[in-house]
Design a protein around this ligand. Structure first.
Ligand SMILES: Nc1nc2c(ncn2[C@@H]2O[C@H](COP(=O)(O)OP(=O)(O)O)[C@@H](O)[C@H]2O)c(=O)[nH]1
Ligand SMILES: [Mg+2]
Length: 296
């Protein structure tokens, strides 16, 4: 395939497009490399790319020559600052406001349990049966669930013992986790306990949601029962799913459960915040806000 040069204009999230900078790159460049180029040009830690109407872009093929792009450090798309006199953004502008939720997920567990297959099945809908060692592969996936749009940054991690040192940083960097073992291999179930032990050491209040997946339930051979899986999940406050990456069974439901947990946590946090800010402002504020609401 012919390797074309693509020229785009990029600006920082929320900044006027008059400050946009021109960048040219080769079409066959990886998304990672392009984000590095954008980081250098804008002097930010570029993580997400949006088009000018606020839709996220996760594939290089979707970037067109001469396109205007907005780059963020992982936060949601914000409307560019309009001139002070202009009110057009208030009503007339059809661009979406803070439409997308950005969540970072890590898929973790011992080697060979099906982490890469689960990730591929969820993102691409395909089951790839060859076994390849994974280093640590992060993929951006635009996903819709319960009418909300999500940009999911899914890190498919390496399970081998050689990567034990990295587990702490994966747990620290990500907001939630899919822990995976294989129901046909008792050893993988036992090894997964180390992941939970490290998790509980770092997050004793279990602040970050975990979904536990017992994978390969399509196989006849089984060394771990459903009850054992449920008990392990219960011990660490996780949600348990029996899944099969091969048959696509419960894969989407497992990721949906993680998203639902994060949504619930965000809701509680926002409720607490508004409660605290009302208390901080005292009873007068509450009376004023009551009248404001009543009068508007
Ligand atoms: N039967 C069956 N095999 C699976 C399933 N998921 C993964 N595998 C196989 O298990 C092996 C390891 O899968 P992989 O996703 O690479 O494991 P990872 O090391 O945890 O990423 C591969 O040979 C897959 O074909 C499943 O749900 N059912
Ligand atoms: Mg893998």
């Amino acid at each position: 395939m012919e390797n074309r040069l693509i020229s785009v204009r990029i600006s920082k999230n929320g900044e006027s497009t008059t400050k946009a900078k021109a960048v040219t790159f080769q079409q066959n460049e990886s998304l990672r490399n392009i984000l590095n180029i954008f980081s250098d040009v804008l002097k930010i830690n570029a993580k997400l790319i949006f088009n000018a109407t606020g839709d996220p872009i996760s594939r290089i093929e979707d970037i067109k020559n001469d396109q205007e792009l907005v780059i963020t450090e992982g936060e949601q798309y914000a409307l560019p600052k309009a001139p002070i006199s202009s009110k057009s953004n208030k009503n007339g502008d059809s661009r979406p406001k803070n439409k997308y939720h950005f969540y970072q997920i890590a898929v973790m567990g011992p080697a060979g349990v099906g982490k890469s297959c689960i990730t591929n099945k969820f993102i691409r809908g395909v089951f790839i049966s060859e076994y390849n060692n994974t280093l640590a592969d992060s993929q951006i996936y635009n996903y819709e669930h319960k009418g909300n749009l999500y940009v999911l940054d899914i890190l498919d991690t390496a399970g081998e013992e050689d990567f034990i040192a990295l587990r702490t940083s994966w747990l620290n960097q990500r907001q939630c986790f899919l822990f995976v073992f294989s129901v046909e291999k008792k050893q993988s179930f036992q090894d997964l306990q180390q992941f939970f032990e490290l998790y509980i050491q770092l997050y004793p209040k279990r602040e970050k949601p975990v979904v536990l997946c017992g994978n390969k339930i399509d196989l006849e051979k089984r060394e771990v029962t459903q009850k054992e899986g449920q008990e392990l999940a219960q011990k660490y406050g996780a949600i348990y799913f029996e899944v099969s990456a091969k048959e696509g069974f419960n894969i989407t439901d497992s990721f949906n459960a993680l998203i639902d947990c994060l949504e619930k946590k965000t809701e509680v946090k926002n409720q607490n915040k508004s409660q605290i800010s009302q208390e901080e402002r005292g009873p007068l504020f509450s009376i004023c806000s009551f009248f404001n609401r009543f009068c508007s």
